[in-house]
Design a protein. Structure first.
Length: 333
């Protein structure tokens, strides 16, 4: 049975309208606990007292002509120990995995017309070991499968390049081989696309059980799921446009402020315009749209999961959505 994308998207928008507490408020809390915490820790651990990163330092040297000694001194003004930075980054990544699992539980409850709210965000902490184990295994499997496909593929590409050289036919073969590698890697990774929701629906599955469940559900549906993801590309491009405009405006404002703070030093002003000020302004500018888009995409994916698992629940005589809830399961074309 094929899933009607427009139908499940309409269900997602309906869920977002009826959600109490508001889905945007819950999503705001989720974004603050994930992206917000990640950016805050990154700012604290990977910058100096002026907020300068290594890339900023090299930019001042090569693009603005600042003396290397002065740029290095500016960078080392309050440099944090790299080991601490790595440790906190890993810790935050694990924290984000757990909170993200809770948010997926929230969207699943919302799609099932069940009680959903802020408390779902902390649900992952009750299953921290399973959540982290599942994500670690998915990462490990994805890397190993990617290497298993990419290494022979690269060898084939090199052989084709040697045989055909720079001829048109040779370039065509190389491009075709490269695309084949990319498609194979995507197909292999998409097998794990439903693992999070499978574990959110039934935590007793455990890490390996959720992965196996995802592989079963994605049989014959990888292309369909990939197209569903592509259907959001326009919305993601719009987010990029909003962010780019915000960065441009913030840079225009930040440069004059930086000239004042830097005593007229153009290099210092350039850093000021590309540092925390731009990050803050651009993040705030795109935040309302990110709240809506994050909700929309994740609730849609929750409905997709329900759509592909509904026949099994009906066949097993399992619990069905409330008849008076307004829920209508996706239908075939």
């Amino acid at each position: 049975m094929r899933i009607d994308r427009s139908l499940i998207k309409s269900y997602a928008r309906e869920d977002m309208r009826r959600a109490k507490p508001g889905v945007l408020l819950v999503t705001l809390m989720f974004l603050l606990l994930t992206n917000g915490v990640r950016q805050l820790v990154s700012l604290v651990t990977s910058t100096g007292s002026s907020g300068m990163s290594y890339q900023d330092m090299m930019n001042l040297i090569y693009n603005y002509g600042m003396a290397p000694e002065e740029a290095l001194r500016y960078f080392m003004a309050d440099f944090r120990v790299p080991i601490l930075s790595i440790f906190l980054s890993v810790l935050v990544s694990l924290f984000v995995m757990v909170v993200t699992f809770g948010y997926q539980r929230y969207t699943l409850n919302l799609a099932r017309c069940e009680e959903a709210g802020y408390r779902d965000l902390k649900m992952g902490f009750a299953y921290t070991g399973r959540v982290l184990g599942m994500n670690l295994l998915i990462w490990l499997y994805s890397v190993l499968w990617s290497l298993a496909v990419a290494v022979p593929g690269v060898i084939v590409i090199m052989v084709l390049a040697m045989i055909f050289g720079g001829s048109g036919l040779g370039i065509l073969f190389v491009v075709a081989a490269y695309l084949a590698i990319m498609v194979a890697v995507i197909v292999l990774i998409l097998r794990y696309a439903q693992a999070d929701l499978a574990l959110a629906e039934n935590p007793e599955l455990g890490a390996l059980g959720a992965i196996r469940r995802s592989k079963e559900l994605m049989i014959g549906r990888k292309g369909e799921y990939f197209v569903l993801g592509l259907s959001f590309i326009g919305w993601n491009l719009l987010a990029l446009v909003i962010s780019s405009v915000a960065v441009t405006v913030a840079s225009a404002i930040g440069t004059p402020l930086g000239l004042v703070a830097g005593g007229g030093n153009l290099a210092a002003a350039a850093f000021s315009a590309t540092g925390w000020f731009v990050t803050l302004i651009s993040s705030l500018a795109v935040l309302p749209y990110s709240m809506w888009l994050t909700s929309y995409i994740n609730v849609t994916y929750a409905h997709y999961y329900l759509a592909i698992t509904e026949p099994e629940r009906r066949a097993a005589g399992g619990p069905q959505p409330p008849q008076d809830s307004g829920y209508r399961g996706p239908e075939p074309f």
